[in-house]
Design a protein around this ligand. Structure first.
Ligand SMILES: Nc1ncnc2c1ncn2[C@@H]1O[C@H](COP(=O)(O)OP(=O)(O)O)[C@@H](O)[C@H]1O
Ligand SMILES: [Mg+2]
Length: 413
């Protein structure tokens, strides 16, 4: 029986519209990145299947071989059956390969950790025309460059390296290498050699309602940025990622309440917070804040009493005279213990709790959003914040007894 490639008409509705213009994109390097569930993998799998019908050979790559079967290989199989093309392809589940009966073109699957295969894998007929690297942020730059060398040899087709990934961190080499001229607002860059397209779940009309809800409900700011919005994440530089704005519970045990103060007068504001710590749940509710410059200690005492009544207030210990004055004005002011590495420990402890910030605490929200580890000048970070965050300092003091107690316990174990 002879098999010839019939004319194939694939309806546009089989695709998400955002990807349609790129079914035959010619660029040498193509980056499809963005949020989770945006249809990147489904599109690239479908494109590779259609490409095989026109004689292209695609190498589908992931860093780890054992992850291929359930991801790219499964996605390619789904595409073949969606298009009703099962009779056109032979699928080898043991070798992880897909071969087009009519022209011998192949989709081969490769894990970069499978050293033997990396060296030996070549298509049966013709040159390798395409490499698709899925979750490309998992791969090292040098490995990718090695891989790219496989796109050699005579072929009637243009050669393409296609990468798909979530934008995990601005510190990633992919960002540095390709995104200098990428217009973040448009989400699309097209040059003769480079195509970059950003997509999000909103571009995928095949997504289940549950998946949409889960993505929209993502509270963690970092995960929201990367997986919901499909924007480059700030992990590494950003100190806080474990907080959300929300209402505190109706019932708050008085023993949960904590108050902290960072002194300030002229240029620096005085800053205070009232928090409630549910130790059992590891949840820290931030209830109230104030941040104000120019308060003399008698006025500061009035503000503090309004904020936390008769509760003890843990204060920056650098100002013993101010602490004494506050006490004279009836505030239960106590010096923070601080100690070696107390800033780092305090921040790390805060980061390990789940923080829920009352909507009115807008100044602390600003600080949490902006708080970054200081740059070490070599592409890394120092274990101290880059700027001055007075409310975060006040929160560290407020929670000092809890955090240092816990740190001491951890050391004993
Ligand atoms: N063209 C399509 N036809 C059918 N289902 C699709 C299509 N595009 C995406 N989907 C479905 O949407 C879901 C998310 O798509 P996926 O490609 O995995 O997103 P991403 O790779 O961007 O995270 C998957 O379940 C996938 O099968
Ligand atoms: Mg994917």
């Amino acid at each position: 029986m002879t098999k010839t490639a019939p004319q194939l008409l694939v309806p546009a509705r089989a695709f998400n519209a955002v990807y349609l213009p790129y079914l035959q994109a010619p660029q040498r390097v193509q980056l499809f990145f963005g949020g989770a569930g945006s249809g990147k993998s489904a599109f690239l799998a479908a494109r590779a299947v259609l490409d095989a019908l026109s004689g292209r050979n695609t190498l589908v790559v992931r860093q780890v071989a054992r992850t291929l079967r359930a991801s790219c290989f499964a996605e390619v199989q789904k595409s073949i059956s969606r298009f009703g093309l099962s009779h056109m392809f032979s699928i080898s589940k043991s070798e992880l390969s897909v071969t087009c009966y009519s022209n011998g073109a192949q989709l081969l699957f490769l894990g970069l950790d499978d050293v033997e295969k990396v060296k030996s894998l070549t298509p049966r007929r013709g040159a390798l025309t395409d490499i698709w690297v899925e979750e490309a942020t998992e791969t090292r730059r040098a490995d990718l460059r090695q891989l790219e060398k496989r796109l050699r040899g005579p072929s009637a087709h243009s050669k393409r390296l296609t990468l798909s990934f979530n934008p995990v961190s601005r510190g990633h080499w992919l960002y540095k290498e390709y995104f200098a001229a990428f217009p973040e607002d448009r989400g699309l860059l097209i040059t003769p050699d480079l195509l970059i397209l950003r997509t999000t779940y909103r571009d995928n009309r095949f997504l289940a309602p549950d998946d949409i809800r889960a993505l929209e409900a993502e509270k963690d700011p970092y995960f929201h940025q990367v997986y919901t919005l499909g924007e480059w994440g700030q992990l590494g530089g950003s100190v806080f990622s474990n907080w959300a704005v929300g209402e505190p519970p109706r019932e708050i045990d008085r023993t949960w309440l904590r108050c902290g103060l960072d002194f300030g007068y002229a240029a620096d504001p005085a800053a205070a917070v009232l928090a409630a710590f549910d130790r059992k749940k590891g949840t820290l509710y931030i209830l109230e804040e104030f941040k104000q410059a120019g308060l003399t200690n008698d006025l500061l005492a009035l503000r503090l009493k309004a904020l936390c009544g008769t509760l003890p207030v843990t204060c920056d210990s650098a100002e013993p005279k101010s602490i004494a004055e506050l006490r004279r004005h009836g505030v239960q002011a106590l010096p923070a213990r601080k100690g070696p590495d107390s800033v780092l420990h305090g921040l790390q402890w805060l980061n390990q709790q789940k923080m829920v910030l009352a909507p009115k605490c807008v100044h602390l929200r600003e600080e949490l959003l902006g708080c970054r580890w200081a740059d070490d000048g070599h592409g890394g970070f120092l274990p101290r914040p880059a700027g001055e965050d007075h409310l975060i300092d006040a929160l560290r003091y407020a929670m000092e007894r809890d955090s240092q107690g816990q740190a001491a316990l951890a050391l004993c174990r």
